[in-house]
Design a protein around this ligand. Structure first.
Ligand code: CDV
Length: 308
């Protein structure tokens, strides 16, 4: 039997002027709270170390690179790794990765209880645009600052459970969960930075954005019989509101824990990974029920083609 208390460490806003050291101190405070709850794994948001910089158009690539990490751990994040090792707590968090070859990715890493990095994921579904867009209320320049991830969707057996990662917009795509589900995933961790307003449709606000976040996370969990933890960076960041709504979802799709604020806030739940087995061996027994001969379009075609 494998069970573990999983903690979601929602972060409140991080302003442009906030240092990585200050953010890491907040992350350690949440980690200490998670230790008090007996957590074995703590999940932090996408781009956890800085403000959500893709909202800013930067023509100067030297400035862009100030938001990226060249190695992990590094000087600023080492205290987080050291505290995790002292507490014997696994963790996952997101950051902007600049590789030695000069490639830029929106990345998350997974560690074991010894604070050793056991897994890395680079965001596949990059939303937004790559040039300044005068039509939008604010910018979302992920396609400018990052390449699509090149590592695919992988799982790792970590501390007794089969774990996979995704990042923010990935949570809206069923392909994300299914690629992980086909590898027997039992826990999917997903950090996010989701604006509380749609930059292309002002009328779409907080209520609908939270609903779509829940809907995506809960359906991904149910349809693949896996726990899913979605963790936000929330609140008014550099004048731009981000949704909160961090949740831990069980393999039936039910929400076990939910953040109530838009601040630094810890949620946690006791996750029994054996509970994934029922769905995986009955209604979502993929080997028995999937009909791959009818799924060809999913990998051979991107956009919809209307032929009628
Ligand atoms: N960081 C993100 O990927 N944000 C997107 C927004 C732009 C819709 C999201 O899916 O939440």
């Amino acid at each position: 039997m494998t069970r573990m208390i999983i903690a979601g460490a929602q972060l409140g806003p991080i302003q442009k002027a906030d240092s990585r050291e200050a953010v890491v101190a907040r992350m350690i405070d949440l980690m200490n709270m998670a230790a008090d709850k007996g957590a074995g794994l703590i999940v932090y948001p996408e781009l956890a170390l800085t403000t959500f910089f893709p909202r800013w158009y930067m023509p100067d690539w030297n400035e862009v690179d100030t938001w990226f990490e060249r190695e992990m751990p590094n000087g600023a994040t080492m205290p987080l790794f050291e505290r995790a090792r002292e507490l014997g707590m696994a963790m996952t968090f997101g950051y902007a990765e600049l590789t030695p070859e000069g490639r830029r990715f929106n990345t998350s890493i997974l560690t074991n209880r010894k604070a050793e990095i056991v897994g890395k994921y680079r965001k596949v579904h990059l939303p937004g645009h790559d040039e300044y867009d005068t039509e939008r209320a604010f910018q979302h320049l992920e396609k400018r600052y990052f390449e699509p991830g090149d590592l695919g969707f992988n799982v790792w057996r970590n501390e007794g459970a089969i774990m996979g990662m995704a990042i923010c917009n990935d949570r809206r795509w069923p392909e994300t969960y299914r690629c992980l589900g086909l590898q027997g995933v039992e826990l999917v961790t997903i950090g996010y930075n989701t604006p509380a307003v749609n930059s292309q449709m002002n009328a779409e606000g907080l209520e609908k954005r939270l609903f779509h976040s829940d809907l995506s996370l809960q359906s991904g969990a149910y349809q693949n019989a896996t726990y899913v933890v979605g963790v936000a960076k929330a609140g008014l960041e550099d004048g731009h509101p981000l949704i909160g709504g961090s949740i831990i979802v069980d393999p039936d799709g039910f929400v076990l824990a939910r953040a109530e604020t838009e601040e630094d806030e810890l949620i946690w739940a006791d996750c029994d990974f054996d509970k994934c087995a029922f769905g995986k061996t009955t209604i979502f027994d993929f080997a028995r029920h999937r009909r791959v001969e009818h799924y060809g379009r999913i990998t051979s075609q991107t956009g919809a083609i209307v032929e009628v």
